[in-house]
Design a protein around this ligand. Structure first.
Ligand code: SAM
Length: 200
């Protein structure tokens, strides 16, 4: 079994219960509103074209499509993509596509996206620096990167400084916004969670 088949199988196993976490399913209106507000504060005005890399069950993709964005979601896990497609069908929004694919080398058109969005995926790539460099090539002139990452109590993840340094190594400037507030996670947190945004 290849590395990516192994990764896909592991995430397939997570898919049925993935949306139970408050920040994954966004079932709590207050948590949903917090993410919507955070994302809209850092996105260009709709309509704009967004690539959601490692989109999981498509929660953020659907949220943005409902706000008027065109969103292409991509994830390695067929089970995650299946759930994302169900959500898209239920939302009646037609400005969404989902596909199975590797975010390390996404089969999406270069130079096309106003935003590359990725939440909790960069840390999991085998070579985050190479992945990030690839992601920047998806951006249209003036496009921006929006990365939500963390250095979790489990020991997994990337610190904000590691992510900042990865983005800067692509030649882009960026800013870090810490996200310690309970309203993003549905519970108090003590580990490091943050948004890194890199305008054009
Ligand atoms: C923690 S989940 C985050 C899902 C979604 N971004 C969210 O915030 O709700 C990580 C996701 O990344 C996907 N993933 C992991 N490695 C990937 C890769 N190399 N290419 C594409 N997706 C990947 C997993 O299948 C999983 O859906």
């Amino acid at each position: 079994m290849t590395r990516s088949e192994h990764t896909a199988e592991a995430w397939d196993a997570e898919a049925p219960t993935f949306d139970e976490a408050a920040d994954h399913g966004l079932h709590d209106p207050a948590v949903r509103a917090a993410w919507q507000s955070l994302l809209l504060d850092h996105l260009p005005p709709a309509p704009a074209r967004v690539a959601d890399l490692g989109c999981g069950t498509g929660t953020l993709s659907v949220l943005l499509a409902e706000c008027g964005y065109w969103v292409d979601g991509l994830d390695l896990s067929p089970a995650m993509v299946g759930l994302a497609e169900e959500k898209a069908a239920a939302s009646s929004d037609r400005s969404l596509t989902f596909r199975v694919g590797d975010a390390a080398d996404p089969a999406l058109p270069d130079g096309t996206y106003d935003v590359v969005l990725s939440r909790h995926v960069l840390w999991a790539l085998p070579d985050p620096a190479a992945g990030l460099e690839r992601w920047t090539r998806l951006l249209a002139p003036g496009g921006r990167l929006l990365l939500v990452e963390g250095s979790w109590s489990t020991g997994a993840g990337l610190t904000a400084e590691q992510t900042r340094s990865l983005v800067e190594s692509t030649g882009r400037e960026c800013a870090v916004l810490p996200l310690p507030e309970e309203h993003y996670w549905g519970r108090p947190i003590e580990d490091e969670r943050y948004l890194v945004h890199s305008p054009a």
